[in-house]
Write a protein of this length. Structure first.
Length: 297
């Protein structure tokens, strides 16, 4: 039985926080840009900024945790100059660099939007902001091609994983802004937002499923590995939770959205999105475990 160390737990937690930050950085601005009605977006901005700062810090902390785990000399090993230099020049350092770059570029995008709008009325639609936002997403995606199981396999696997993670991040990061929109927007504006999100989500679901199937094919020797290996069982558990989120999303699109015109319908939608957020937290946790201590057997 595999022994899980304190370094492993620290690695999982820091990666989980990093995934939260990446999700907010991708999903937050996207939903904010979809809101066309004049509304104070300060709360949305706070969500994006706080989560991104947390994600930025988590990337740095995770790097030093990996240094410490590699040194096996206790906490002091986290600051071993030789190992820091070694890991920084490796694929680990490349992934860290691109993630920090992505968060920094997003920061410049938010600063630019701030300079071109009154505080609280951020548009998230300026051409320069959009360019920087897309550049940040590309940087995030590229950062996932350097390390992990997909990097070992190489070829299409690393890009399938990158697209898969970006799609999941977009979905997870959009949930809190959607929940918040139930409070900020009037029923007609909320209805319009949810309908538009539903249409875009259908396309994103296609990408998510296609990438997921491709990764399972590349990572597992045969379908039975889903039931006979620890990695496969963890993947199966993740698939169950992802399927649950997709079912909730379908419930939103085909049932709850039509009830938004009534206050009771909005409350039901809020509660349902909250449940979706809880499932998303579990999905990110499983993802952190898979990328930290489990691998295809």
């Amino acid at each position: 039985m595999m022994e899980i160390t304190l370094w492993d737990y620290s690695n999982i937690i820091s990666k989980w926080l990093m995934y939260i930050g990446i999700a907010a950085a991708i999903g937050g601005p996207f939903i904010a840009a979809l809101i066309n009605t004049p509304v104070n977006k300060k709360s949305l901005l706070n969500y994006i900024v706080i989560s991104s700062v947390l994600g930025f810090a988590a990337v740095i902390i995770n790097f030093f945790i990996q240094v410490g785990a590699f040194s096996e000399t206790g906490l002091s090993g986290m600051f071993d100059a030789g190992l820091i230099s070694f890991l920084w020049q490796s694929a680990v350092g490349d992934s860290v660099l691109w993630r920090l770059l992505a968060f920094t570029v997003l920061g410049f995008a938010l600063l630019w939007d701030n300079l071109n709008a009154k505080y609280g009325t951020f548009s998230f639609k300026d051409a320069t902001f959009t360019f920087l936002y897309v550049a940040a997403i590309v940087s995030f995606a590229y950062s996932f091609t350097f390390i992990g199981h997909s990097a070992v396999i190489g070829g299409a696997a690393k890009w399938l994983l990158a697209f898969h993670i970006i799609t999941v991040s977009w979905w997870v990061g959009a949930l809190y802004p959607l929940w918040l929109s139930c409070k900020l927007l009037q029923p007609p504006a909320l209805y319009k937002l949810m309908c538009l999100f539903g249409k875009i989500a259908m396309f994103m679901v296609g990408i998510l499923i296609a990438c997921g199937i491709g990764l399972l094919y590349l990572f597992l020797e045969n379908p039975l590995a889903l039931l006979t290996t620890t990695y496969g069982l963890a993947m199966l558990l993740k698939l169950i939770f992802v399927g649950s989120i997709l079912l909730i999303a379908a419930y939103h699109k085909f049932r709850l959205v039509e009830e938004i015109q009534q206050q009771a319908g909005i409350k039901k939608l809020q509660k349902s999105i909250k449940n979706e957020m809880l499932i998303a937290v579990v999905i990110l946790t499983i993802t952190a475990v898979l990328s930290s201590i489990l691998g295809p057997e």
